[in-house]
Design a protein around this ligand. Structure first.
Ligand code: DHB
Ligand code: FE
Length: 285
């Protein structure tokens, strides 16, 4: 059977992708940030899964105000990179896993989560920057990726508790797939940031670090945080963090098993005008 071995959490600031694409990642401004992912890249090489279920948000590139799915699963075999206004990032296309994605879709919809089924979509920085951070520069991504898009742009957005429950449903789907796949679930976006208005540039280091602590220790309680608390304490775009609960809810302990091991934790300010947070959690073998 397929098995979830680990979950990865990371911000997806587009300037990080631009820094890599323009060869600026060794410049002093960026060095500390990329140093924080050096261990992650080594760990990824030793723990490359067969498939990543990559929970991210589209930023009005594949979708727009004309169509806003709350939860959308990519069931295609391959996905092009989105042009976000200055040409697609020069990173490899993403290979999906149509059969596994169809199984997850079947299982999760039967579990009462209404997923939008997407066979074709372009992938933006929400998905490509986490891949770049974790794998570095690549001529091809080393595993298949099932894109799982969540609406965190246009209210109403899903609650943390619903995302946590969805993670459990995804776990159940993975564990009922009759292939010996090593699967990771990634939750991306965040941490504190606000991109517009008088509070643009808002960063709340204490709040972010408490979020990281509690995501490890008491995710079900943390998931109950109301949306307005994110917006007030950590800026309007920090609401992207609800996506992390999908990955966290897919871990063993959310289904009554043993708590995960924290294999890496990193926090950095600033990247552009944004805080960057990162965790790797491993399920016990
Ligand atoms: C920026 C955009 C994002 O989508 C994000 O999550 C963080 C920062 C930006 O434009 O700087
Ligand atoms: Fe974003």
């Amino acid at each position: 059977m397929a098995r979830i071995t680990a979950s990865v959490y990371t911000s997806h600031v587009p300037a990080i992708g631009a820094a890599m694409d323009l060869g600026k990642d060794h410049e002093p401004y960026w060095r500390k940030l990329f140093d924080g992912y050096a261990y992650s890249r080594r760990w990824m090489r030793e723990n490359t899964p067969d498939v990543i279920i990559l929970v991210y948000n589209d930023h009005a590139n594949a979708f727009s105000l004309s169509m806003i799915p709350t939860f959308a699963i990519g069931t295609g075999s391959r996905y092009p990179i989105a042009d976000e206004g200055w040409g697609p990032r020069p990173v490899p296309e993403v290979a999906g896993d149509a059969e596994f994605a169809a199984h997850i879709t079947q299982s999760v919809i039967q579990d009462d989560f209404d997923l939008t089924i997407v066979n074709e979509m372009a992938l933006d920085h929400g998905l490509t920057v986490p891949l770049s951070l974790m794998f570095g520069k690549a001529s091809a991504w080393p595993c298949r990726v099932i894109p799982f898009a969540v609406n965190v742009l246009q209210y109403p957005v899903p609650s943390g508790t619903r995302c946590f429950r969805l993670g459990k449903a995804i776990r159940k789907a993975v564990e009922s797939y009759d292939e010996p796949l090593d699967v990771q679930v990634w939750g991306t976006g965040g941490m504190s940031h606000q991109l517009q208005g008088p509070r643009a540039g808002l960063i709340n280091r204490e709040w972010d670090n408490a979020f990281l602590d509690r995501l490890v220790q008491e995710p079900a309680v943390l998931a109950e945080t109301p949306h307005v608390d994110y917006v007030r304490e950590a800026g309007s775009e920090s609401i992207e963090l609800v996506m992390w609960f999908i990955a966290r809810g897919a871990m063993n302990d959310a289904a009554g098993g043993t708590p995960p091991k924290v294999v890496h934790r990193f926090y950095h300010i600033p990247a552009s005008n944004t805080a960057v947070g990162h965790l790797i959690l491993e399920n016990p073998a």
